[in-house]
Design a protein around this ligand. Structure first.
Ligand SMILES: CC(C)(COP(=O)(O)OP(=O)(O)OC[C@H]1O[C@@H](n2cnc3c(N)ncnc32)[C@H](O)[C@@H]1OP(=O)(O)O)[C@@H](O)C(=O)NCCC(=O)NCCS
Length: 195
């Protein structure tokens, strides 16, 4: 089995296109700026995010450019999730690739008016499945604010295991925040897929 993560990332011909029954994941486009701004200016979505809500549409344009550049460098895979009308409703990002140890981190967001329908689980599940199969990752990590119950629920439903709380690991503004680490192994995912 090929396990060279850097080679697998370099060999990607373009943004991987993934889908669940109701959600598609694709690369971001400049035309997504209004929807990306709507997502990241929502205080509900940004409550546990490491940056303040956006206030200017230009910030969304800049973020889309950063996402495109990060993918070009194969530094991050920064999908947007879209509904049937191709409207952006969320994001899902694989980042902090570690080729030596074959792990990466995952992060995600969903428009708050779409919460509670299983759409984020569908999107994150598609990204995890692709990452284990196509990049042959051994482990995927997620790092959340321990107060972020919605995020904990989606991780646990996808089979992640809580591996402990790191105290005051991040500053959000002037406030030092704890960080709860979750891990999912390729074996955990395969077992879950078989059951
Ligand atoms: C974290 C976040 C993506 C979770 O979104 P979500 O919609 O709650 O998550 P899911 O897609 O897993 O939906 C789960 C809910 O949908 C319900 N649901 C309804 N229909 C469903 C279906 N067809 N299939 C699955 N679940 C369904 C589930 O019962 C569950 O509800 P419950 O949690 O009350 O039991 C969202 O809260 C968010 O964007 N938060 C802000 C950003 C953030 O904090 N990201 C994490 C930092 S990395």
């Amino acid at each position: 089995m090929p396990t060279d993560l850097s080679a697998s990332l370099a060999a990607l011909p373009g943004f991987p296109q993934l889908h669940g029954p109701r959600v598609r994941l694709r690369g971001p486009r400049p035309q997504d700026a209004d929807a990306v701004f709507a997502l990241f200016s929502d205080p509900e979505v940004m409550r546990y995010w490491s940056r303040a809500p956006m206030t200017q549409r230009d910030e969304a344009c800049a973020l889309i450019s950063e996402m495109e550049e990060a993918f070009a460098q194969r530094d991050k895979i920064n999908w947007v999730s879209v509904d049937r009308r191709d409207m952006v409703i969320g994001t899902c990002t694989l980042f902090r690739f570690d080729a030596r140890h074959r792990h990466a981190e995952i992060g995600y967001s969903l428009r708050s008016d779409q919460w509670g329908k299983g759409l984020a689980r569908e999107a994150v599940g598609a990204a995890l499945d692709w990452a284990f199969r196509s990049l042959h990752l051994h482990r995927i990590e997620a790092d959340i604010d321990p107060l972020n119950d919605n995020s904990r629920r989606i991780l646990q439903r996808l089979g992640f295991v809580s591996e402990g709380v790191l105290r005051e690991r991040f500053f959000v503004g002037d406030e030092a925040k704890d960080s709860e680490m979750f891990g999912l192994l390729a074996d955990d995912w395969q077992r879950r897929e078989r059951s």
